[in-house]
Design a protein around this ligand. Sequence first.
Ligand code: AMP
Length: 552
Amino acid sequence: MKSFQNLGLSRELTKAVELIGFETPTPIQEKAIPVLLNGNRDFIGLAQTGTGKTAAFGLPLLELVDDTDKTTQALILAPTRELGLQIVSDLENFSENFKALNIVAIYGGASISEQIRKVKRGAQVIVATPGRLIDMLGRKAVNLATVKYVILDEADEMLNMGFKEDIDEILSKTPGEKITWLFSATMPKEVRAIASNYMDNPVELTVGEKNTGNVNIEHQYMVVSEHDKYNALKRLLDFNPDIFGLIFCRTRIDTQRIAESLLKDGYNADSLHGDLNQAQRDKVMMKFRNRSVRILVATDVAARGIDVESISHVIHMNLPDEMEFYTHRSGRTARAGKKGVSIALVSTRETGKIRQIEKSLKSPFRQMPIPTGTEVCQKQLLALMRKIHEVKVNDDEIESFLPAVYEELKDLSKNELIKRFASIEFNRFLDYYRDAPDLNVKTRENGSPERYATGSRFFINLGKMDSLDKSTLLEMLDDCCGVSKKAVGKIDIKGAYSFFEADTAKAEEILAGLKGVEFRNRAVRVELTDDRKAVPKGKKSGKKGKKFSRKR
Ligand code: AMP
């Protein structure tokens, strides 16, 4: 197994890294560090978030910068303030007992004069978000003419966020002979364009397959009708009592609405979206980081760059339009080698998108049922029992209270005690879930909607007595209505009439297509029926003739 020292890092830096607790290099570190240490080649690293890429570029960079030279030698551009601050904090940790460097963070939403002051004191490494750096350049507060190394981190996210022009302008202010390292989770053509415009014959490395998700993420989806999504979300949260999760919505309004509903329903939730100012955003993030908020509801843009350890679940209230958004969303879990689950709540219409994402990720999704009320209760009860096992008992302090407690409970048997104790917390769930409906939309195993999943039920005035069988009915629907058997569900052939189920979207075609059609010389009559008990009477016809023909 490789060690950091084998990769060519100095003994001092290796020691610093070990002190932090990194024992073995991650794949991107193993591949990139030896190349970057040379400091003479442009470099492209295709790696997902959470793969350890900050150390992959940070460690070689710390070896390369000269702590006796006070000019700005390295510029790291990152898409968000969170990521920027994370990079600064990682670099400071790595370099603590290694080199005395001034590493300065430049980002929006905080005092610019304070940042200017810090740069003036001598910033050998600047970590910046593009927008604020442009401001600082405009004020001539930063001089990039001495920069030797430029690192573009999460380049695809920076472009997604509309920083293309800013990046162009910033790079134009750096010397032509600098070395550029670019890291990106994906390689859309816009990122490729940056590489070809600004890089010279770069070494290119990929960790895992391009666009392949982190293998530690388990991708799941649940099929639920649109109007049951919020209830399905609550079931998921209740089914995972220890959840520390991030929920994605498409819009700011959805984000707020869901967070507010969750709060009202007693969940420990908050929201993160573009309407928050920096101070509000910081407050939410602090609460999430220290886990006083356990469920954060966010929009795609607001959650970019969030690097919070041990997020157990990412839940998608809808699937994003862009594949890359899915990668970024799900990449918020399973960081630093941990496992995580990404669960998409999809309507039947969206199941096709799951197949597309699967193809692109090259990793399968598992369809999971939405837990039933009984399953939630079971899970909650077990969690409660686990808590009892794990609770820290403060023997000294509780001792003096116990005699009174024993006295109070002395008439209860052990079983009685357990039952009552469990019920204290459990009754709440039991009450809520006692008559909870099944929220699962029926689907086929392969995830495509089961034929009658979104279907309507039809009555037809033909049955066994007319020699109607399933295949004849399917043929009739195909020939007369252009409705293929894929859109048809359960068929129930009775004596003088039958029922069949078919996609609601095809209802008009079925009703219009069978109007005026004759089957064995008998006028076909079809009606939509929602009431399964109402059985319109059909008349028997023994007449033989052409299978089915249209009256002209
Ligand atoms: P990054 O992709 O740089 O955001 O890193 C993701 C997480 O992995 C961070 O929390 C790092 O502290 C952690 N990490 C990076 N490299 C290693 C390593 N070699 N061993 C253990 N943890 C690491």
